[in-house]
Design a protein around this ligand. Sequence first.
Ligand code: ATP
Ligand code: MG
Length: 247
Amino acid sequence: MPHTAATTPGTPILRAEGVCKAFESGRQHTQVLDHLSLAIDPGELTLISGPSGCGKSTLLAVLSGLQKVDSGRVYALGSELGQLDLRALENFRLQHTGFVFQGFNLFPALTALEQVELPLTHMGLSRQEARERARHSLEEVGLSHRVKLRPSELSGGEKQRVAIARALAKEPELLFADEPTSALDAANGQTIIDILHTIARTHGTTVLCVSHDPRLVAHADRVLAMEDGRILSDRRPGAGAPKESSP
Ligand SMILES: Nc1ncnc2c1ncn2[C@@H]1O[C@H](COP(=O)(O)OP(=O)(O)OP(=O)(O)O)[C@@H](O)[C@H]1O
Ligand SMILES: [Mg+2]
């Protein structure tokens, strides 16, 4: 995967051009993404907001190579995802992306440490390297004292922090988070927001976060509002008036 495009200042790390995606179920045709274009700069925390069903999760899925587009193009780290075969796409996701979901997606039988180690060993790290990195990531999210516990023994906020540590330990250029705070109470939600903010700042990770949480806006470099499969507005909190995106 070429890195030159990702590290050149002013070059977007992630770009969608005229992306369309529809779902057919029975006779119903749902146009979820409708000629959507965006460009994301490296190292920024971008918040994607919008009403339920407007296509936010689908957008994350196509930007991360999890789902194919019907038309248009997605470029990530200098590669066009549509040009990659399945194996290359899987490798792209494994090596360069991390995911955090609303429902945590942890394995019930594994300890916090094992959850974080697992993708690292898949990436080809030795057991020792994986263990060291996993411990370090769990420490970064404030869970050094919880590494031996299983999900059933962790609170919701702690589970989400394990999920973030798992994504962070991969040292991905791109971190995708889909409603990471919506299953949490206010205090735990705030902790998760702070951690995502710190990750973008200190690791230079590009964070794309879908959220309805207004507290996240204050921490975001940029807020994209979605509606009807398009970006309706594009603004930078703290940078003056919003910019309406062109159709
Ligand atoms: N695999 C699928 N098959 C059929 N329809 C789908 C599929 N995935 C999503 N959709 C439809 O696409 C639309 C957008 O879904 P998506 O999950 O992207 O919305 P969302 O903005 O994330 O909503 P929410 O805020 O509720 O999570 C919805 O109408 C949904 O029913
Ligand atoms: Mg969703």
